[in-house]
Design a protein around this ligand. Structure first.
Ligand SMILES: Nc1ncnc2c1ncn2[C@@H]1O[C@H](COP(=O)(O)OP(=O)(O)OP(=O)(O)O)[C@@H](O)[C@H]1O
Ligand SMILES: [Mg+2]
Length: 371
């Protein structure tokens, strides 16, 4: 083992510059913090494993993510990747507190965010006490966009999140959004993914070129952000199979209303008069810009931030049709051309256009993955 990764209990891993970066927790310390990973402390489960609420010895509350066997790596690779992730700090990204890599355990320890995720609060069926007024929604949308712009454009090498969705947007005490799980795709063996397709609606966030052909680019994150933006303005999930068929898919419904000039019908009725309708419709149009079928037409994230804040205007004539996948049951993602062709014909919504797709620029060269 490389000497820089030798550690004792609760010692920090040293980076190249000698600075302590990732705190190392012992397994027994995390066991104590979470009451032996008890069911009562469990706060969620995703594609990577289970998440528990814990309290450290010094009283600090944390979220403890126990990675499942399939997402395990060797200690050295795990710590290398974690050191890289722990260096990344931004107001709109969740802070990694430390980790545990004892024996076969691979555990991540994050700051605990008391207001849970957007999926459970804004979109949750059980409701929540939080009132998402229009200014709060603007703050959340802009914050998430800034967080993604930072990952894409301000760090080297850039990080493509791959799993932007409401359950990965956590909210702190004053409802500042924090993107979680960034960089975790690096903790997986090659060709694996943590995208938890069993979670209802997850596929609705995936750009078709990612879900079907396995192309991972910044533009697939931008597509997911576009879907999330529509959810924030409409207050509903991207997919709701309890609704009449024509209303089930939020993106499709938004496009239809946009073409009819009735975009305001998409805005969450719960907002009442507490909103700026023009701004809300602008946000919906930005969501549509981000989800266009032609990847090259989707704006980059720093442009999205400037469009959201009103610093940059855009022409609505430039919005072209979105592409979406609706027949989730049959979707078998593969990087192979043949499967790609088969799934495409059965899953692509008929209004998708491919003739406007431009070739990838060198910085957008797709990488392959499979779900
Ligand atoms: N730092 C945190 N603070 C508070 N709650 C958290 C934190 N991290 C995760 N959670 C909760 O745990 C749940 C499960 O998280 P997890 O990331 O494992 O799954 P997911 O987000 O639903 O799916 P995916 O694995 O695709 O990210 C989240 O939805 C959230 O409610
Ligand atoms: Mg998550």
């Amino acid at each position: 083992m490389d000497c820089c990764f030798m550690f004792r209990k609760t010692q920090a891993v040293e980076g190249d510059d000698g600075e302590h970066r990732v705190k190392i927790f012992s397994y027994s310390e995390l066991r104590k913090a979470t009451h032996d990973f008890s069911g009562a402390n469990k706060i969620g489960e995703g594609g990577f494993g289970s998440v528990f609420r814990g309290v450290l010895r010094d009283g600090v509350p944390v979220a403890v993510k126990v990675l499942s066997a399939t997402s395990r790596q060797g200690v050295r690779e795990f710590l290398t990747e974690l050191t890289a992730i722990s260096d990344i700090k931004h107001e709109n990204l969740v802070t990694l507190v430390g980790c545990c890599a004892e024996g076969s355990h691979r555990i991540l320890v994050y700051n605990y965010l008391e207001n849970n995720s957007l999926a459970q609060t804004l979109l949750g069926s059980r409701g929540s006490n939080i009132r998402f007024d229009w200014r709060t929604r603007v703050k959340i949308a802009v914050g998430v966009a800034r967080g993604i712009a930072f990952l894409h454009e301000e760090i080297r090498p850039p990080i493509i999140h791959r799993d932007i969705k409401a359950s990965n947007i956590l909210l702190d005490r004053d409802l500042t959004p924090k993107i979680s799980d960034f960089g975790l795709a690096r903790l997986l063996p090659p060709n694996a993914t943590h995208v938890s397709t069993r979670v209802a609606g997850t596929l609705g966030y995936l750009a078709p070129e990612y879900a079907i052909r396995g192309q991972v680019t910044k533009k697939s994150d931008i597509y997911s952000f576009g879907v999330l933006l529509l959810e924030i303005v409409s207050g509903r999930c991207n997919t709701n199979t309890r609704l009449p068929y024509e209303d089930q898919f939020l993106l499709e419904r938004t496009w239809v209303r946009y073409e009819q000039g009735r975009l305001d019908e998409i805005i969450d009725a719960d907002l009442g008069n507490d909103l700026d309708v023009d701004e809300a419709c602008r946000f919906l149009k930005i969501g549509l810009l981000c989800t266009q079928d032609a990847m090259a037409r989707r704006p980059n994230m720093s442009t999205v931030v400037r469009m959201l804040t009103g610093e940059k205007s855009f022409s609505v004539h430039k919005i072209t049709r979105p592409a979406m996948i609706t027949d989730f049951a049959d979707l078998k993602v593969s990087s192979g051309q043949q499967k790609d062709h088969e799934t495409r014909s059965s899953n692509m919504r008929s209004f998708s256009t491919t003739d406007e797709t431009e070739p990838f620029s060198s910085s957008e060269t797709p990488t392959q993955t499979s779900i």
